[in-house]
Design a protein around this ligand. Sequence first.
Ligand code: NAD
Ligand code: ZN
Ligand code: ZN
Length: 348
Amino acid sequence: MKAVTFHGERDVRVERVEDPRIQHPADVIIRVTTGAICGSDLHLYHNAIPGLLPGHIIGHEYVGVVEEVGSQVTAFRKGERVVGAFHVACGRCRMCRREAYNQCEHGGVLGYGIAFGDLAGTQAEYARIPFADTTLRRVPDGLTDEQALFSGDILTTAYGAVANSGLQPGETVAVIGCGPVGIMAVQSALAMGASKVFAVDLVRERTDLAEKLGAVPVPSGEVNPSSRILNGTDGEGVDVVIEAVGGSPTLKLAFELVRGGGRISAVGVTAEDTFAYPLMNSLTKDVTFRIGLANIHRDMDATLALVRGGRIDPTVVVSHRLPLSQAAEGYRLFDKREASKVILDGSL
Ligand code: NAD
Ligand code: ZN
Ligand code: ZN
């Protein structure tokens, strides 16, 4: 089969590789019908992930059709359309039993190299999905591949960040970063009953899109986000801040935007080891700060239902649709920010 493989910094290729096969009775082999390039794939593209060997198949956003099932798989049959989480979880260990699927003792991330379980990725014609009963969901009737796709990663990441904040109906929210994850955090917060969502990004086109979806745009390249948001909340600050960029500057901003007694929920990935925590500000303001990886298995059914019910349209972020054979061009465009989200369709 053909697959997208990693060869070094900014060097990904579409190559002929061996077909995947069932390695464990809980595996399923899928024929990938639609995939995408994720913001997290750019960390690989920049050679910033240790333990990624040349030739490793990458990618972890996928929808497909079940081709073959292992003997322990009970939930799926050949021919069914499925969407899956970007990280796999066994469903049986201590962590999974606590619904901490992102902490699974046997877990890993598809297409992310040795440090993440050494699992081949899904930017390929076929892929092996471990622990399929836990990791996959049937695509609900009536949903296209593209509508279902993001429940396996960025939509559910965004939704989970809002859920982790404990958002109550009627509360105000600021989302920092309006990339695909931030846009979906805006959509999730509105769907979960936020009264007002401020959308902060340096790039005006990105806050324009958030505005179309119902947010108050805060183009932070042009206006001071702190004064804009304090003014917009009677001087209080927002109840909840969602940080969807990654790194110190935007975490620092989150502490400025949150009201006394409010909550910050961060999902942005960063290579920084430490962050100068604003201890006195946090102490006096009684701020709750939470950061963590997405817990897709916990929230995937909820996001699929919101998409199916027409409450969230995740396809608004898609700017490019390319065949798998043009994946290298897709990575280039996405890396240069000429594409906001690249779909790789199943064709070659
Ligand atoms: P992206 O890079 O496409 O979007 C980031 C956005 O932040 C861009 O629109 C950019 O203009 C904006 N931005 C950058 N600096 C800013 C600043 N100082 N102030 C305001 N806006 C700023 O990324 P994405 O795909 O939307 O993902 C967002 C983050 O979430 C990434 O770090 C990604 O790796 C992470 N992520 C985390 C998980 C998880 O499990 N925690 C899962 C998926 C993605
Ligand atoms: Zn991802
Ligand atoms: Zn587990």
